[in-house]
Each structure stands twice: as structure tokens, then as C-alpha cells.
Design a protein. Sequence first.
Length: 112
Amino acid sequence: MGCLETYTGGRQLALLYGRPLEEVEDATVWDALYDKLALGLVNLAQLTRVEVVALSGAIALRREGFLEDLRERVEKRLHGMTLRLELAALGEHAPLVGAALLPDTPAQAILH
């Protein structure tokens, strides 16, 4: 077992498949990635009631049709809930900017 990043992160998947994900064209690989990520995002929404998730990372930012395919998978799993998926406005820098802002963020505002 592992965290969601283990199953859907570009670096981890590149290690698993022995090449950059941009070079993987096997539809079953992409189906599994979309399904796992959709399940993780829906679980997040159910547990936290978050309504918007900003996605960044190489896969989200570079794979054509990624957001649309993921939205479709998420919508199939949502029941009476709303979850909007968007690409992070800061692109690949979004996690670094978020981490830099943490020291000035009140603890109750941080989703752990």
C-alpha cells in the first residue's frame, strides 16, 4: 500500500514503467491511473467536503485530454456531491508556493 502519489504520481509511475509517462501509450495504464486518481479525489471530497481541487504536476499539465478524462471518471463516482477539478494556475510551481505559505497559515485552515 502507499499514498495516492505512489499510484498516480509521474515520478513513481516512470520508475514503475521504466520510462517517462509521456512515452507510455498503453490505454490500460491510463485507465488505471484515471480510476485510481478519481477514486482518491472523490474520497477526499467525501471526507472533507472540499468542492474544488487544483491539479498540478507533469501528467496533469502535459497530457492532452487529462482533465476532461479525469473529470468524467470523477463525475461517475460522485453521488449528490460537487467536486470541481481545475489545473493549478501556478502550474508545476503550485506545490512549492503552497508549502512556502504554510508557516503563515493558521493551523485550523490547513487540511491534514
